[in-house]
Write a protein that binds this ligand. Structure first.
Ligand SMILES: Cc1cc2nc3c(=O)[nH]c(=O)nc-3n(C[C@H](O)[C@H](O)[C@H](O)COP(=O)(O)O)c2cc1C
Length: 248
């Protein structure tokens, strides 16, 4: 709408959504999409082609009642720094786990998101495929929510939004957290993986030699966003063996 009132041609260019960009370039250009210049609140113009985009990158984030709430919070923080529009849903047990294992308050977490919905509100925009977004991250994802998504049992907004993400063939990433895993858990993950869902257990990489829990959270959160083409540049990457003597 805005584009036509401004006399601009409105064009949808889907692959820009997955163009990698880094926080440093975002801060420098004040523009998360490197070839585009922001010409109004939600309209970007490609500097070489002159074509317009009608909205910024937009990701749905759900936090459920599995351990590892801090990873969900860090993902939200990073997306905010990257100027990605976020739509947050937190389950009742997500909130309970947040209170139990972190010092965050609900207000702190809500302030990180562009829009917040209650898990009961299945009438929210993200409940419909007509609401366009660039993917959904469930972080952390409980085995209950995993099972709901696998079965298409859309009892709450989290499972409904994930169900819609699947039916619209958009990107869905689940930070599934449980250990050890039963056949039911593994079967649910395999089924969804075969449909294209990214199953991303928050397993630390010890080759980065993490010293603190924060280091581990940073690595997992950054790798989650890697899957959406967002390079946060906030954690060390594997650069090959520096001291080849260790290989002998
Ligand atoms: C402190 C705490 C930690 C939990 N950790 C896990 C977990 O890691 N994985 C899991 O599947 N469930 C875990 N649960 C159980 C879930 O919260 C429970 O199954 C709940 O019904 C999930 O609902 P939700 O998916 O709607 O958030 C945990 C519960 C509590 C209170």
């Amino acid at each position: 709408m805005k584009s036509s009132s401004m006399g601009h041609r409105s064009i949808r260019i889907s692959n820009y959504m997955f163009r990698p960009f880094s926080i440093s370039s975002t801060i420098r250009n004040k523009n998360p999409i490197s070839d585009y210049e922001q010409v109004s609140n939600d309209i970007y113009q490609n500097q070489s082609t002159g074509l317009y985009l009608t909205r910024p990158k937009r990701i749905v984030v759900a936090i459920t009642g599995a351990t590892g709430i801090a990873i969900g919070v860090r993902v939200l923080e990073l997306l905010k720094q990257c100027k990605v529009e976020t739509h947050l849903i937190m389950s009742k047990w997500g909130m309970a786990t947040m209170k139990y294992e972190t010092d965050y308050h609900m207000d702190d977490i809500m302030a990180l998101a562009s829009k917040v919905y209650t898990a009961r509100d299945v009438s929210a925009p993200i409940s419909s495929g007509s609401f366009q977004h660039d993917g959904m991250i469930v972080v952390p994802c409980s085995m209950k929510t995993l099972a709901g998504i696998r079965m298409g049992f859309t009892e709450d907004l989290i499972v409904r939004a994930a169900d819609v993400t699947l039916k619209e063939r958009r990107k869905l990433l689940l930070v599934t957290r449980e250990t050890p895993l039963s056949d039911i858990h593994l079967d649910n993950m395999l089924y969804l993986s075969r449909m294209g869902t990214i199953i991303f257990p928050p397993v630390p990489a010890f080759y980065t030699k993490p010293r603190t829990v924060e280091d581990i959270i940073e690595q997992s959160s950054g790798r989650v966003l890697d899957c959406f083409g967002i390079d946060t540049n906030t954690f060390p990457r594997w650069e090959g063996v520096k001291d080849t003597k260790t290989l002998k």
